[in-house]
Design a protein. Structure first.
Ligand code: ZN
Length: 346
């Protein structure tokens, strides 16, 4: 007899009928399990939300107190029974509080990994391999051309440029949740001790990271500084801001952008980015394929991104693989190349 699937893709997202919930639903549902706080995965209006403390806090910051009818906190590694299944959350290494969600009915385990990266990030818990029968993976950078390299080396490029142009301001485009705080933490790790300036849209989330014990050093708001004071400084801003009228408050600004998409130089040039920085919060091709192999999963479902090459790679390794045609993801963070319009809430 064929077993009923534990999870299945439906219009609202990934549905677990036997557990009575959806994972990262794109429309309001009775009970939602949320992997992380990016707005395409964490939406307001659900009856009940189960997520990590950080993800719930981030949703509250963005959507207000009444973002869901009820909330429940789950810690990494804890098991919670929901009707006929047991769920547990495990670090995804993507942004603060991000989780992979494991669902088991006692016979099989399926892991929905949300967005993830397998490289160190000083602002969140490191990615964990969760052994499973079916692994659901993103494929934002699911092509062999995407190899992100060393984020510390990209930060050195930024610091070299600041040293070379002390009379200019450096504006670094970065997504408000996760990337901005990671760039600041990497600057501190590299020994940069000067105040880092922020666009006002990043303030609340960045202060929240600090409140959770992430050391980001001294932060100031760019709007409180005089133009001349900003020479030789670094300011983090949402991607949409670094090429718009807002930049006039800075002396001769250098436009930088921190994203996995900066691997393609043409894209950077076309967007007027003078200093592309290849820093991504998603796994690159090597990270995706190594992770799939390490889970031991015999079956892989591939979602939101460049599914075809990864499905093909799985098949050459003797794994069952299918693309999931889920819609509604990739509106925030770097899932959408140089996304600007999709930024919301912060
Ligand atoms: Zn994300």
């Amino acid at each position: 007899m064929r077993l009923q699937p534990i999870l299945k893709p439906v219009a609202a997202g990934l549905c677990c009928e036997s557990g009575g919930f959806h994972i990262d639903p794109v429309r309001p549902v009775e009970r939602a399990l949320i992997t992380h706080g990016h707005s395409d995965h964490a939406r307001p209006g659900h009856g009940a939300v189960l997520a990590t403390q950080e993800t719930l806090d981030i949703m509250r910051l963005r959507y207000g107190e009444n973002f869901a009818g009820a909330t429940q906190v789950i810690s990494y590694g804890d098991n919670i029974r929901l009707k006929d299944v047991t769920v547990s959350f495990h670090p995804a290494g993507h942004v603060l509080g991000s989780a992979q969600i494991a669902v088991t009915d006692g016979r099989r385990r399926i892991v929905a990994s949300g967005d993830y990266k397998d490289v160190p990030d000083p602002t969140c818990a490191p990615f964990e391999i969760v052994p499973c029968d079916i692994f659901i993976t993103e494929a934002t950078f699911g092509l062999p051309i995407f190899r992100h390299g060393d984020a510390d080396g990209e930060i050195r490029k930024l610091l070299d440029s600041v040293a070379l142009f002390p009379e200019r301001a450096h504006l670094v485009g970065a997504y408000s949740l996760g990337k901005a705080q990671r760039v600041i933490a990497l600057l501190r790790k590299a020994g940069y001790g000067a105040p880092v300036y922020l666009h006002g849209a990043m303030e609340s989330l960045t202060r929240y990271y600090q409140s959770r014990g992430i050391d980001l050093g001294e932060l100031r708001l760019a709007r409180d500084a005089k133009k001349a004071e900003l020479a030789g400084t670094i300011t983090l801003a949402p991607p949409s801001a670094i090429t718009d009228i807002w930049t006039r408050r800075f002396p001769d600004p250098v436009a930088a952008f921190a994203s996995g998409w900066m691997r393609t130089r043409a894209r950077a040039r076309q967007k007027g980015i003078e200093l592309p920085l290849v820093i991504s919060d998603h796994a690159d091709w090597d990270g995706l394929t190594a992770t799939i192999a390490s889970t031991g999963a015999g079956e892989v479902w591939v979602t939101h991104g460049q599914e075809d090459a990864l499905v093909h790679w799985c098949e050459t390794k003797g794994l069952k693989a299918r693309p999931l045609d889920l819609v509604g993801y990739g509106e925030e963070d770097e899932a959408l190349p140089l996304a600007a319009e999709g930024e919301s809430g912060a």
